[in-house]
Write a protein that binds this ligand. Structure first.
Ligand SMILES: Cc1cc2nc3c(=O)[nH]c(=O)nc-3n(C[C@H](O)[C@H](O)[C@H](O)COP(=O)(O)OP(=O)(O)OC[C@H]3O[C@@H](n4cnc5c(N)ncnc54)[C@H](O)[C@@H]3O)c2cc1C
Length: 383
């Protein structure tokens, strides 16, 4: 028995995958997961809260159930990380580690845009999605704006899924003809990292429904009194209902540990997720990974998942003294939920040169059921 302690900070997508895989590979060592929340929240199902096919409690699992598998769960806020001393501070208590996996995600920062929190619903949280669903069940027409405030934001497909789901819900309630739906975004095109073909594929899903699209728009503030989105160098956009994707930032504790680089996120090796500290890996949304085309790897659960499997194998190999695993190769995929029990799917290699090679499949009912099956598999496999 080597008796090493591998600590995983964060019990989100990357954290639970890393902890399960580490526990599977290292039966004789301690695997400890720390999270400030008692629940794991599965964001892959969040858009089903918007259309009412899930409620919040259906997409969450107790992290304490990891204890039954032999993974130690500690509920607490990580207040400090000391990479040189090999320690973290959790709720004022010092905890030592031999290997550390940081999977603390991206913090949402709606307060950084004046007026935003008073004006609309944050559709990147369970509460915000629940409120948005309630609003849509009683909405009788007007202007709905989906606002993507800044880049980067996690799950680049989610705002487009939201607009398509809203369109579909209002059609089934018979109020779509009385409603305009507009997406305002900072980005030049949908999912710019995946190239113009992917962007066009998403736009062509929105065009038949008449969802309008305003790219290259910087939101300066929101005026909740006059119900207007105030843009840099362009006319204000009026709204009756505002659904927003807030700016994101790297967790304060990760910044204070000196792990972040120029862009405010943690630069890591794209294949091995290593950092400048030998026993410290950072995975998922907290990372910044530059692709061969100069753009950044999007923040998405699929990447956190793949990163987690890679670092778990690497740490296990180092502890056991066995051969290093293959580095992560950049493969990723995503479902795009459309709303009427139909989903699209895109998949490809994000590390391909000179550009990611992404292929999108035609939306269909079967893909929706594959996504439902994936949700079931997730909870079965990791909890
Ligand atoms: C609406 C929506 C839909 C999405 N849909 C998809 C999808 O279909 N497919 C996909 O691939 N991705 C999707 N994503 C993106 C996906 O959720 C993230 O990319 C993924 O969760 C990142 O994993 P992570 O482990 O890096 O961070 P997270 O999963 O966010 O986990 C971070 C964890 O760290 C904890 N934490 C943070 N700070 C502290 C602290 N100081 N102390 C203790 N704990 C802390 C948090 O409580 C959290 O549990 C979606 C996201 C949203 C918002």
């Amino acid at each position: 028995m080597s008796g090493k302690t591998v600590m995983v900070l964060g019990g989100g997508i990357g954290g639970v995958v890393a902890a399960n895989k580490l526990h599977h590979l290292l039966r004789d060592d301690r695997v400890v997961v720390v999270d400030k929340s008692p629940k794991h929240s599965f964001t892959g199902s969040y858009m089903w809260i918007l259309n009412g096919s899930r409620v919040g409690s259906q997409v969450e699992k107790d992290l304490s159930s990891l204890n039954k598998k032999g993974i130690e769960f500690v509920r607490g806020e990580v207040a400090a990380i000391d990479p040189d001393g090999g320690r973290v501070t959790v709720d004022g208590k010092d905890m030592g580690y031999d290997h550390l996996v940081v999977s603390l995600g991206a913090d949402l920062d709606p307060g950084s845009i004046p007026g935003l929190t008073r004006a609309g619903h944050n559709i990147y949280t369970v509460d915000g999605l629940t409120q948005a669903h309630q609003e849509l069940t009683k909405f009788n027409g007007g202007r709905i704006v989906v606002a993507i405030c800044r880049m980067p934001y996690k799950c680049p497909a989610a705002p487009y899924e939201a607009a398509l789901i809203i369109d579909n819900m209002l059609r089934s309630r018979g109020v779509r003809e009385k409603t305009e739906i507009e997406i305002i975004t900072w980005e030049p095109a949908p999912m710019p990292v995946a190239g113009p073909i992917m962007g066009q594929a998403i736009l062509s899903m929105m065009e038949p429904g008449g969802i309008s699209y305003k790219p290259n728009s910087t939101i300066n503030s929101i005026d909740p009194e006059t119900k207007q989105v105030l843009l840099e160098g362009a006319d204000p956009i009026p709204y009756d209902l505002l659904f927003y994707i807030p700016p994101h930032k790297c967790a304060q504790v990760v910044q204070e540990a000196g792990l972040t680089g120029d862009g405010g996120w943690v630069p890591v090796d794209p294949g091995r997720l290593t950092t400048k500290h030998e026993n410290l890996y950072v995975i998922g949304d907290a990372t910044s990974i530059k692709l061969p085309n100069g753009k950044m790897l999007p923040k998405a659960g699929v990447f956190a998942h793949k990163h987690a499997e890679t670092v778990a194998q690497e740490i296990a190999a180092r502890i056991k003294g066995s051969e290093a695993p293959k580095p992560y190769d950049g493969l990723g995929y995503c479902f795009i939920e459309i709303g009427d029990g139909t989903a699209g799917f895109a998949k490809g290699n994000f590390y391909a040169e000179p550009d990611p090679t992404i292929k999108a499949s035609k939306p269909g009912k079967l893909l929706h059921w594959q996504k439902v099956a994936f949700e079931k598999y997730w909870f079965w496999k990791y909890f």
